[in-house]
Design a binder for this molecule. Structure first.
Ligand SMILES: NC(=O)c1ccc[n+]([C@@H]2O[C@H](COP(=O)([O-])OP(=O)(O)OC[C@H]3O[C@@H](n4cnc5c(N)ncnc54)[C@H](OP(=O)(O)O)[C@@H]3O)[C@@H](O)[C@H]2O)c1
Length: 328
């Protein structure tokens, strides 16, 4: 029987999520990859429980994470039932709906019909009564934003989600969504966006909208799916994400970015830290990001990433050197 480490809150730091009462760990764990039917349950269990033992209270999922879609929530449900159920009040569990989940016109995007059905399915797979955070996974160009936000607001009223958030919305869509929710009496807790040394789009307006509206944010793929680590320095390993047929990380992208990563790695070496740690510290620099949402395929990767919690922040000189490489 799993018993959580009594020292689990000794080292992790927690940051307030925008203007809300909720704090999130500086490092959160996502189950997008490595939690499908092709992965080993024992490894998943080790990753999740080791994370929780080190104060990672936030686990992020979505209806479509797998493969196949639904598998990550099913695996989480299995391990929640076996190990984590006694700790429900210490966990921040999130899920999302927006991408393709089932056949027909009601299986994706942002209609009330899809979102409500998907939430119920996700709750069932995970074996929980409520999610702490439920997201609209992407904006729907064809559904009125009022309908999508209305569904999120009703999830809160029904007690099936404690908080709601949005993901992949641009700055204008974000501002509108937050205002619509506010008119319905619901605060938008959080925006989940892609942000890393290799993707700085969020700097073009998103951060300022979120700050102005008091919305927290969590940065997904902070390691650019593993590119900002030691993983690809000598080619594409057979067990890496870029080598997996179902993966979203294309080998071309890895090859295109490797020169920059090698240059960044020299900065990490000078500082005596790992490339992955440099990348995570960079995302957290300046305190604009509430939490980094990383993935891991092994406990060793997880532990290397969690070590940043006790590392000094990057200096202005470090950030200048990094900027130079990124803008070259
Ligand atoms: N809202 C959205 O649309 C959206 C989109 C994408 C992701 N997300 C969320 O963000 C989470 C994280 O995304 P991500 O998995 O792309 O994040 P990531 O942290 O950028 O990449 C994780 C991958 O990097 C590699 N890695 C991690 N730590 C490492 C280390 N210390 N050394 C070497 N390699 C290391 C592993 O790759 P290998 O598997 O190759 O070992 C791991 O699977 C997802 O699980 C999901 O919850 C949300």
């Amino acid at each position: 029987m799993y018993i959580a480490d009594s020292k689990r809150y000794d080292t992790m730091q927690y940051a307030r999520c925008g203007k809300s009462g909720l704090k999130l760990p500086l490092v959160s764990l996502g189950l997008w990859h490595n939690f499908g039917y092709c992965d080993k349950y024992e490894t998943m269990r080790d990753i999740v429980l080791t994370a929780f033992d080190h104060g990672v209270t936030h686990i992020d999922m979505a209806n479509n994470y797998g493969p196949p879609p639904g598998a990550a929530e099913e695996h989480f449900g299995k391990l929640y039932k076996a190990d984590l159920k006694p700790y429900r009040d210490e966990l921040i569990l999130s899920s999302k709906a927006g991408y393709g989940m089932w056949a027909g016109p009601y299986g994706e995007w942002g209609s009330r019909k899809y979102l409500m059905a998907s939430l119920d399915q996700s709750l069932k797979r995970c074996g929980v009564d409520y999610f702490d955070i439920f997201y609209s996974h992407r904006p729907d160009p064809e559904t009125p934003l009022e309908e999508t936000m209305g569904a999120l607001a009703d999830m809160v009223r029904q007690g099936k989600a404690l908080y709601v958030g949005i993901s992949n919305y641009n700055p204008e869509q974000t501002a509108r969504a937050v205002d619509i929710l506010a008119d319905m009496g619901v605060h938008c807790l959080i925006h989940q966006h892609s942000y890393s040394m290799l993707n700085r789009t969020s700097e073009d307006g998103l951060f300022s909208v979120l700050e102005e509206k008091g919305v927290g944010n969590i940065a997904f793929s902070p390691l650019a799916q593993g590119q900002l680590t030691d993983r690809y320095l000598s080619g594409i390993p057979a067990d890496s994400r870029a080598a997996r047929p179902e993966g979203f990380l294309k080998q071309d992208a890895v090859e295109q970015n490797i020169g920059k990563v090698r240059a960044l790695k020299r900065i990490a070496d000078e500082k005596g830290i790992a490339m992955a740690q440099l990348a995570l510290l960079w995302v957290l620099r300046g305190g604009r990001v509430t939490s980094v949402l990383m993935g891991a395929s092994s406990v060793a990767q997880l532990m290397q990433n969690l070590a940043i919690v006790n590392m000094p922040a990057l200096t202005a000189a470090d950030c200048e050197k990094i900027d130079k490489i990124l803008t070259e």
